[in-house]
Design a protein around this ligand. Structure first.
Ligand code: AMP
Ligand code: MN
Ligand code: MN
Ligand code: MN
Length: 287
């Protein structure tokens, strides 16, 4: 069950959303870093799964279908990772398409807002960086750096793209209940992504966990590239308390721009039940 040969990464991004590597390049990179169980989890899109699965099979890796869905919960944006679902589920595909249309609408509003702050043609500029056409804040950030309004991506977010800043626009994503429902309907497992990033405090975290459980969610990223070991322990305890399984993922977006490299994650605290516990993964052989 807890096979020590498994090096698992269940959260990363390709050029289908806001990563720098194509799905095949990303799988190759993961393999070089020793990962042998991998899920590709692009934002609101599953168009990269076929290419990634094919490459993973060439590299003798176990590939898990994945997606990261943006939801609005209590007026906050929360990310839900869907894992191990049926990729040809029409209901899931239709709803992801709707979210992407909403993304495009948001991108136009962001572009307008940035225009008012003196950054012109941002929609067109961001689009140059979005290879598959789905626009995220990172694509805007790259354009803003290109135009010299900030020195790097991190400072663009700080200066322009986070709540209260000139290029930030409110957006209504899917509801938590809907997103978890679509993932379940497609036979998958819903997981709360990078819980440490939400900064919710003592009241809201328990509410999120219980709303998520009621909706049918089953797991939480106890280990994430953006969390340190003390956060892992905090969320491992929360997983215990709410009877949730533990997931782990780097949230890798590309070499040099991610919190943590693939295959270099912290271990789960001992009490955790890995989300892949009942997935019947094939044996992983180590050369
Ligand atoms: P979006 O879904 O378009 O709102 O973009 C969210 C994405 O932006 C996240 O998945 C990260 O890839 C990236 N992001 C968010 N905050 C930051 C930050 N402070 N610095 C760099 N990238 C960030
Ligand atoms: Mn991202
Ligand atoms: Mn995320
Ligand atoms: Mn992510």
């Amino acid at each position: 069950m807890n096979n020590p040969n498994l090096i698992v990464d269940l959260h990363c991004h390709s050029t289908i959303s806001d990563g720098l590597l194509s799905p095949a390049q990303l799988v190759h990179h993961a393999s070089e870093k020793g990962v042998n169980v991998l899920a590709l989890t692009d934002h609101d899109d599953i168009a990269g799964l076929d290419e990634a699965r094919q490459k993973a099979s060439q590299m003798n890796m176990i590939f898990i279908n994945g997606v990261e869905i943006s939801v609005t919960w209590q007026k906050r944006t929360v990310h839900i990772v869907g894992l191990n679902f049926e990729a040809n589920n029409q209901n899931l595909k239709n709803h992801l398409e709707m979210i992407r249309q909403g993304r495009d609408d948001r991108a136009k509003r962001m572009s307008h807002a940035l225009g008012l702050a003196g950054i012109e043609q941002a929609y067109e500029g961001a689009m140059k960086y979005a290879q598959s056409g789905i626009l995220g804040r990172i694509h805007f950030a790259r354009y803003i750096v290109e135009k010299g309004f900030a020195k790097d991506i991190k400072s663009v977010f700080k200066k322009y793209l986070t709540q209260g800043k000139p290029g930030y626009v409110e957006h209504q994503w899917a509801s938590l209940e809907d997103a978890v429902g679509w993932i379940r309907d497609a036979g998958g497992a819903a997981v709360i992504a990078h819980p440490g990033r939400y900064d919710m405090g003592n009241k809201l975290y328990p509410r999120l966990m219980s709303d998520f459980k009621v909706a049918g969610g089953v797991g939480i990223e106890v280990v994430s590239g953006s969390q340190d070991p003390s956060q892992s322990h905090f969320f491992a305890d929360m997983a215990d308390q709410y009877d949730l399984l533990a997931s782990c993922g780097s949230d890798f977006h590309g070499p040099g721009i991610s919190h943590r490299e693939m295959g270099r994650l912290f271990q789960f605290p001992n009490q955790c039940q890995p989300i892949w516990m009942d997935w019947h993964l094939p044996e992983v052989k180590i050369n």
